[in-house]
Design a protein around this ligand. Structure first.
Ligand code: COA
Length: 158
């Protein structure tokens, strides 16, 4: 049950480089990613170091009972952002994804004064689609391999 854990969401730092790599190279994560190609630790490190300095990329680490359990990334594009999420294998299949998505989306919107988030999710990634729907995301388009979902945070006024 998601309520059994103490949730904390914080910004990623350089110290999270290795754990993020281990989550990114997980085959279950690669196969649902838009860019499913593989990469080395060195190329991940170079990407991550640049991402931390990029004002349009925000990476959050989700801690459950003080243990890093997943990541949520937002890529800002003008007045909206694209979200991607992954939980560490041990924390999947427990219904935690929806709460993680909801908490991270609200934190992101209020910190950066952005009220529109888009998610691209593979048609067949049912656990992800259900998690986003439960977190308040609405289906916009399911015609392509990647469905498009939208989240509007109505508490933020631009
Ligand atoms: C996607 C992810 C964040 C989902 O979080 P999760 O907590 O593991 O999700 P769950 O497996 O508990 O499933 C969520 C819901 O979908 C339901 N579900 C899962 N598979 C289902 C299926 N085949 N048919 C019907 N319902 C299904 C579950 O019963 C659950 O419902 P509930 O919340 O009402 O109990 C997580 O699994 C993950 O990190 N996966 C790897 C990376 C990934 O796919 N990221 C998303 C890319 S868009």
């Amino acid at each position: 049950m998601s309520t059994d854990y103490k949730f904390n969401i914080r910004f990623a730092t350089q110290d999270d480089c290795e754990i993020l790599y281990s989550w990114r190279i997980d085959p279950d994560v690669r196969k649902v990613s838009k860019d499913s190609s593989e990469f080395t630790y060195d190329s991940h490190k170079a990407w991550f170091t640049k991402a931390l300095m990029n004002a349009n990329i925000k990476i959050f680490i989700v801690e459950l009972d003080n243990i890093p359990a997943g990541q949520v990334r937002f890529n800002i594009q003008n007045d909206s952002a694209v979200i991607s999420v992954s939980l560490s294998k041990d924390y999947r299949g427990k219904g935690l994804g929806s709460k993680v998505i909801q908490l991270a989306s609200n934190k992101f919107c209020s910190e950066f004064n952005i009220n529109k988030i888009i998610a691209y999710i593979r048609q067949d990634n049912i656990s992800s689609r259900k998690s986003f729907e439960k977190a308040g995301y609405t289906l916009l388009n399911d015609k392509d391999i990647f469905c498009e979902y939208i989240y509007m945070n109505n508490e933020i006024r631009n």
